[in-house]
Design a protein around this ligand. Structure first.
Ligand SMILES: N[C@@H](CCC(=O)N[C@@H](CS)C(=O)NCC(=O)O)C(=O)O
Length: 254
């Protein structure tokens, strides 16, 4: 077995060929599942998947930290390079995959202006959307529902959603858009996948009817993308450890 991996690295990971994804059914995991499913549909891309039960903290063990010092999923390992190339950070994984496999720019842009737009919205969500929504989810799932932390993170999530609503509605010019990046009404791209995996639950994260009513274009965008078959598959049973316990990584290392 390769010395690239620690001795405790599960055999399933050490023996993987080609692209191997280590993931879990979470928003950051789902982004990468969705893009892989899109690339499979468009180009026949193949990969293998391993799942981690985050509650058991497999992602904090040494074998995993050697692959991603951040101790979080998803990670993508490209075993076609020597040594294997590991990509951490979900948005960087989306970018790696389009560079690797999206030869016809179906989900990305070759035009420098469109590419710049796509980077802006990708980074905006990664830097301002997901950390705030992650903290909002964390605090609102705690017993004390009246904390300052919930109020602060909720107002930040509402603010970020409004930024996306401005973009999609054309409130300040530029016309209405279907997607976040690209000329005219835009083109479905990893920029949308990146944010959609989090925003898809817009109606189930504790917003009032009045708050929700502020986001008609964003809700339309959520529903439109949800209808894509690859998106549906990316949320589905192949990434669910209860349905596929054979994909689960469990080591005895402490
Ligand atoms: N910025 C990272 C965040 C990754 C992240 O927070 N992953 C969560 C699941 S969505 C995780 O691994 N949580 C388990 C933990 O924190 O130990 C990314 O975009 O990939």
């Amino acid at each position: 077995m390769s010395s690239f991996y620690a001795a405790e690295t599960p055999e399933r990971v050490q023996k993987a060929q080609g692209l191997h994804l280590i993931t879990s059914l979470t928003p950051n995991g789902r982004k990468v599942h969705i893009l892989l499913e899109e690339l499979k549909e468009a180009y026949g891309l193949e990969w293998t998947t391993s799942l981690i039960d985050l509650d058991k903290n497999e992602q904090k063990k040494d074998w995993f930290l050697r692959l991603n010092p951040n101790g979080r999923i998803p990670i993508l390992i490209d075993n076609n390079t020597s040594p294997p190339h590991v990509v951490m950070e979900s948005s960087a994984e989306l970018l790696y995959l389009v560079n690797l496999a999206d030869k016809n720019d179906i989900f990305w842009f070759s035009d420098p202006i469109e590419q710049s737009e796509a980077f802006q919205w990708l980074i905006f969500w990664h830097a301002s959307g997901q950390p705030n929504q992650g903290q909002y989810n964390f605090f609102r799932n705690k017993a004390d529902q009246s904390s300052l932390a919930i109020d602060r993170f909720k107002s930040e999530v509402l603010r970020v959603y409004d930024v996306l609503e401005i973009r999609l509605s054309g409130r300040y010019g530029g016309g209405t858009r279907e997607y976040l990046a690209g000329r005219g009404k835009g083109k479905y791209s990893i920029t949308d996948v990146n944010a959609w995996a989090w925003i898809r639950n817009i109606r189930r994260i504790g917003f009032s009817e009045d708050e929700l009513a502020q986001f008609p274009y964003l809700q339309q965008w959520v529903d439109h993308i949800a209808a894509r078959p690859a998106v549906e598959r990316g949320l589905g049973e192949w990434y669910d450890e209860d349905m596929h316990p054979e994909l689960l990584l469990e080591t005895s290392e402490l």
